[in-house]
Write a protein that binds this ligand. Structure first.
Ligand code: HEM
Length: 462
């Protein structure tokens, strides 16, 4: 790639500011990508940047300045201290093609209003009420499996978590639509990397040329389900206190715009709330299948805490090891594997001074595998998350749910859902990776297992 060079000071053409860039790659990334005729795998690129240039790295992609960070102090500075000077970076902004103006893409007052309206649905007490539905859905799935059969557990986890989000947050039963919905979302995920690189994709999607027909069709399918859900809710005229009720109450009176606005909010929560958890669970089953000692400790905890009865919200704090297994899985395979921001104004970071519109990138995947914070980083060890292990570590070295004002609103929901699903399924099943099945993380919007996760079901005896 390039060689480490201290970048020269550059005087801004837009004003008197003198920028000072961190060390980094001399070559423009666009040139490297064109030479290889494909974009670099961003995870390899970020790992290379961190290993070669250190905690703060500068490079350019076309005319855009990009800074990649891999130090807790810098990460805190961007996500918390200087948060007001940043908006989501360009590729996130471009997910508006699918998400519209939901909580992930909205900025400023619009974001705050959506977050405030949705907050009651994510309060700890409210979340505990979702436990029954989560366990019910997990039981339905575990009872549909047969001993010795091979399944794509990634697809199973997707359908399970999709049903959970639909029932808990939107009081909707999507059982009949779940296959169609998951297929449409998979279609969009497959096209995502291409779309965010495509110039004027937003306009093209609007015009609907044949080349983008698959994207538009898949989005229309998702929209149809979401609109059906909204209509059914409005017709029923019963306020069940769900997230959808909160969203409806906070929406302006019914018109075309508010309908679209509601759709954006619902679709955002849907996608944010099921994809991530499903991927976390798929990676966790995989890791457990590769580490029989950890799997044995996990089974021991599940069996002794639950004594063969189904888990409830009150069990979650007692399933400590299970939570640590999930935490360690989120460290090694963080579903949100990177985050990006774009500066609104010039800003200082450490010894450097950077221009407005600089893109700042942070990668959970890279920081979580840094040996300075996690010795022997590739080793799967849930005990890193014991109370003692946690107390030794600084906060911004582990951030699977982000941090600051845009921290994941569903974090507590995700922990509870993850622990309950793992425990419920493990009461009955051991999952074994099918020999020879390739396992490779694919960094799309979330970190997915590229070839799915084919596993064989083994019924646990006694
Ligand atoms: C293991 C599961 C999950 C992971 C790893 C995860 C990760 C994240 C991360 C890293 C962010 C911050 C993105 C940024 O700052 O750029 C985020 C935001 C968000 N997450 Fe999650 N999430 C998970 C589960 C959930 C669930 C269950 C829901 C809802 C049911 C949810 C809804 C959201 C929403 C709406 C935002 C945007 C918040 C805002 O900007 O104010 N997430 N998530």
């Amino acid at each position: 790639m390039g060689t480490a060079v201290q970048q020269p000071e550059v005087r801004s053409s837009r004003g008197p500011a003198t920028y000072r860039y961190p060390p980094g790659m001399r070559r423009n990334l666009l040139w490297l990508a064109l030479r290889k005729l494909r974009p670099a795998n961003p995870i390899f690129l970020f790992q290379h940047l961190a290993e070669t240039y250190g905690d703060i790295v500068h490079y350019k992609l076309a005319w855009n300045h990009i800074v990649f960070l891999n130090h807790p102090d810098y990460i805190r500075e961007i996500l918390v201290v200087q948060n007001d000077n940043f908006v989501k970076e360009r590729t996130v902004q471009r997910t508006r093609m699918l998400l519209g103006e939901g909580m992930i893409t909205a900025e400023g007052a619009a974001h705050r209003a959506q977050r405030t309206a949705a907050q009651p649905a994510f309060h700890r007490q409210r979340i505990a009420e979702y436990a029954g539905v989560i366990v019910e859905e997990a039981v339905r799935l575990r009872d549909s499996w047969r001993n010795g059969e091979q399944r794509d557990i990634a697809a199973d986890m997707m359908q399970l978590t999709l049903n959970v989000v639909a029932r808990t947050l939107f009081a909707a039963d999507l059982r009949d639509e779940v296959h169609e919905l998951a297929a449409a979302i998979n279609r969009i995920m497959g096209l995502y990397n291409f779309l965010v690189m495509l110039p004027a994709a937003e306009w093209l999607v609007h015009v609907r040329p044949p080349g983008l027909a698959a994207f538009v069709r898949a989005r229309d399918r998702i929209d149809a389900v979401v609109y059906r859900m909204i209509d059914a809710h409005q017709k029923a005229r019963i306020d069940r206190g769900t997230l959808l009720d909160l969203m409806l109450a906070a929406s302006p009176p019914e018109d075309g715009h508010s309908r679209q606005h509601l759709r954006d909010q619902v679709i955002t929560i849907f996608l944010a709330g099921y994809e991530t958890v499903a991927n976390a669970l798929s990676w966790t089953w995989y890791l457990l299948s590769q580490h029989s000692d950890c799997e044995a400790s996990f089974h021991h905890e599940v069996d002794t805490v639950l004594q063969a009865r189904l888990p409830g919200a009150e069990d979650v704090p007692r399933l400590r090891y299970t939570e640590n297994v999930l935490a360690e899985s989120l460290r090694l395979y963080p579903p949100a594997w990177a985050m990006g921001r774009q500066a609104r104004n010039d800003f200082a970071l450490g010894d450097y001074f950077l221009p407005a519109r600089t893109t700042v990138l942070i990668s959970q995947f890279v920081t979580h595998r840094d040996p300075r914070y996690f010795p022997d980083p590739l080793r799967f060890d849930p005990n890193r998350f014991s109370a003692e292990g946690k107390s030794r570590r600084g906060k911004f070295t582990y951030f699977p749910f982000g941090a600051g004002a845009r921290q994941c609103i569903g974090e507590s929901f995700a922990w509870m859902e993850g622990v309950l699903i793992l425990a419920t399924i493990a009461q009955k099943w051991k999952l074994r990776l099918v020999p020879g099945h390739p396992v490779e993380p694919e960094p799309l919007i979330t970190l997915r297992p590229k070839y799915g996760m084919r596993m064989q079901m083994e019924e646990r005896s006694g």
